[in-house]
Design a binder for this molecule. Sequence first.
Ligand SMILES: C[S@@+](CC[C@H](N)C(=O)[O-])C[C@H]1O[C@@H](n2cnc3c(N)ncnc32)[C@H](O)[C@@H]1O
Length: 280
Amino acid sequence: LSSPLVEGFINTVSEQYPQYAIGVQESYQKSPERFTAIASKYLTWLGATQNGAVDRALKAYVDFTSSVNFSQARYEHDGHYENKSFTEVYESHYSKREEMDDYLWGVYLTNFLWSHHLDIAPGHGGWGVWALEQKKNATLTGYDISPSSIAIATEIARAAKVDDRSEYTERDALDLFSLDPEIADAVICSFLIEHLEQPDKLLHVINQLLKPGGTAFLTGALTAAQVDHIYEFSKESELFILAEDADLRVIESLSVNPERLLAKAKFTPKSMALILKKPT
Ligand SMILES: C[S@@+](CC[C@H](N)C(=O)[O-])C[C@H]1O[C@@H](n2cnc3c(N)ncnc32)[C@H](O)[C@@H]1O
């Protein structure tokens, strides 16, 4: 491995959580170069936030992964996601600050530790911070309902030294209809759509915010249970149709799934990414 930071991290996983080492090795083997590039970026930012951040995030990742595995097993048994309404999930999950902090740090690490996750890493602030690192003149505003997200994304932006070009505000995505239209050159919206009762509205919000010719990066989960997934997508075409119905053109798409599934699984958990363009 060309990165001592990444090598040290993989060794820590093997020593402290040996049952998770095989999954990490699988992700690494799939594309060692890409894994190392993304992992070293994410681990550097994480390490620059506060003392003990890497250990905390690793523990959160282990807890998050086993919670997702339990949710998927329950989904196999029950045939539907456990929660259906946003209110239910808000009360049991989004409003619990400490639980949300751990959840978001856990998901942060899935960006490179889950081999079935998308090839470009999403994250808590991670996606936007990465975009700012690439686009030196860009500015970014992030909106999330969770105070944990605002705090963590702000910390990651500071660690990556792009905090002077980013700001994060606590706000519901569907309230963004009230912002001025056509203010964004690009929109990133990763793994939100399956958290909404009316996912079609999200695509209309994105269309309204984009300038003509602007681009959106959208990801979503299909037949993949999690405590906060309430809209059950099953086919890739469902996301295409939502985008097209909101007058957004699908330029590229990718759908991926884990290699190892539960025994006799009826559902294959899938992650899908779409690049969308608003017509001029
Ligand atoms: C699975 S995380 C995705 C985080 C990150 N975008 C990623 O791809 O890793 C889902 C996020 O959606 C936020 N969220 C859920 N419902 C929301 C809503 N109605 N408006 C804005 N954010 C919401 C949650 O607080 C959480 O931070």
